[in-house]
Ligand binder design. Sequence first.
Ligand SMILES: [Fe+2]
Ligand SMILES: [Fe+2]
Length: 261
Amino acid sequence: MEVDRRAFFATLGSAAVVSRLPDEEKAEALEHYMTDLLDQQTTTNELVVRRGAGDLFGAPGASGSGTPRPLRKLEPMPEKPTLLDFFKYRFAPATHVLQSATDALRKGEKEELVLACLMHDVVLNLIKVDHGWWGAQMIEPYVSEKVSWAIRHHQALRFYPDSSVGYEYPELYTRIFGKDYVPEPYIKKTYDYARNHKWYMEARMITVHDLYAFQPDMKVSMDPFVDIIGRHFKQPKEGLGFDGSPTAHMWRSMIFPDHPL
Ligand SMILES: [Fe+2]
Ligand SMILES: [Fe+2]
């Protein structure tokens, strides 16, 4: 097996660190390195990261090209992180959700719906597959049932038009999913259920404001949402991730995305 010496040493750290390592440790590191290399060479998976992985974990771009995006450097988070800290240190620039919440605010939606728009896709930082369910679950302990219900169901609703509110199947999905894409049975079933639910419009309006939230020149800021978060998001005093809630581990995974286990 060919081993690129420079690439190998780069995995160990700076030249100063490498020079201090005992030979035995270097040998062991080399063995690990070669095992990994061998695994990579014997699998035919072209993707380095699966498409369902979240942005903080090197998710490929939304276009479906499969090419992982460069990972950005992450700052450590405050000891008792608030939702605003997550927006600042982990979700930023969060342009899409900020645009969608801004659109909702401008069009006079109720505060809870504005919050739902603001939160509807933030879980994409953690995981992409089934993001409606994951996203709803993650914030469930901290918001009203209506807000998490809306987020859970927007995932299925976005594939089905509703002319009463001007929602058509987005062109973007044709690009991502292909033009002959038929939603899976569980999505159809969820849509049928949500369509007849008393909160249908809450989830539907997330998909509507979603459409106005991919605009390269729309300026957004967190400021208009600070008070809305204060009124409708129950910030735990121990900090998100450390309050022992059933979803604290999801927040922690975003605080410490580099923990190996
Ligand atoms: Fe979404
Ligand atoms: Fe969205």
